[in-house]
Design a protein around this ligand. Structure first.
Ligand SMILES: [Fe+2]
Length: 208
């Protein structure tokens, strides 16, 4: 079986394992929209799978602290939404994006994919394997996400990490909203050996 398919199966199993229990009966709050920012890749990579730690055809593995995360794509009633294209883009462990304008005194990691895609399955599950993003400039670590179906952009947002939502220009109230509505839940932490996180994307409007 091709490596990509095996990996995809592993990631989906993991996502399945970390999805929390039955959904609450009350309506879910949609995830807030957030800025797309300037670093969506200006040239998309040829390898666009859900494992950002390896690039097809290269022997190396991305440096940094491994992060596996997943969850479900849902509407506000908790209905799983299949076949949603979940895109993420983020810095490598040196603070560099896969973008020609991304600057850092440190070099870009040639083994980090920088951008990835996971398509939600019949139960709305998606999953990624990546490394922890790092802060750059004044920005705390974050992962950008864009959800698309049939070329229709459903959500653009950013995912933060618990206790790391403050930055200059962001009011305490805004940081609190980030903390409450835009942070990944860490479900396992094995130090430098890696983290496992959970994040459900709740969409305001039902997908077509
Ligand atoms: Fe960013």
């Amino acid at each position: 079986m091709p490596r990509g398919r095996v990996l995809s199966g592993v990631l989906m199993l993991l996502a399945s394992a970390i999805v929390s229990g039955p959904l609450a009966a009350q309506a879910l709050s949609p995830r807030p929209r957030d800025m797309r920012g300037p670093y969506y890749p200006d040239t998309l990579p040829s390898d666009q799978d859900a494992d950002l730690t390896r690039i097809q055809g290269l022997d190396g593995r991305a440096s940094g602290r491994p992060l596996t995360f997943g969850g479900r794509v849902l509407d506000t009633r908790g209905t799983p939404l299949p076949a949603i294209r979940v895109e993420i883009w983020q810095t490598d462990h040196n603070g560099r994006y896969l973008h020609s304008g991304s600057q850092s005194p440190r070099p870009r990691d040639p083994f980090f994919q920088g951008f990835g895609v996971s398509i939600s399955d019949s139960e709305g599950r998606y999953a990624f394997r990546t490394v922890m993003p790092v802060d750059y400039g004044s920005r705390p670590p974050h992962i950008h996400a864009r959800l698309v179906k049939a070329d229709r952009e459903l959500l653009v947002t950013q995912i933060y990490f618990p206790g790391q939502t403050r930055e200059p220009g962001v009011s305490p109230a805004w940081a609190r909203q980030r903390e409450a509505a835009q942070t990944m839940r860490i479900v396992a932490d094995d130090g430098e050996r890696g983290l496992v996180g959970e994040f459900d994307f709740v969409l305001a409007a039902a997908a077509p």
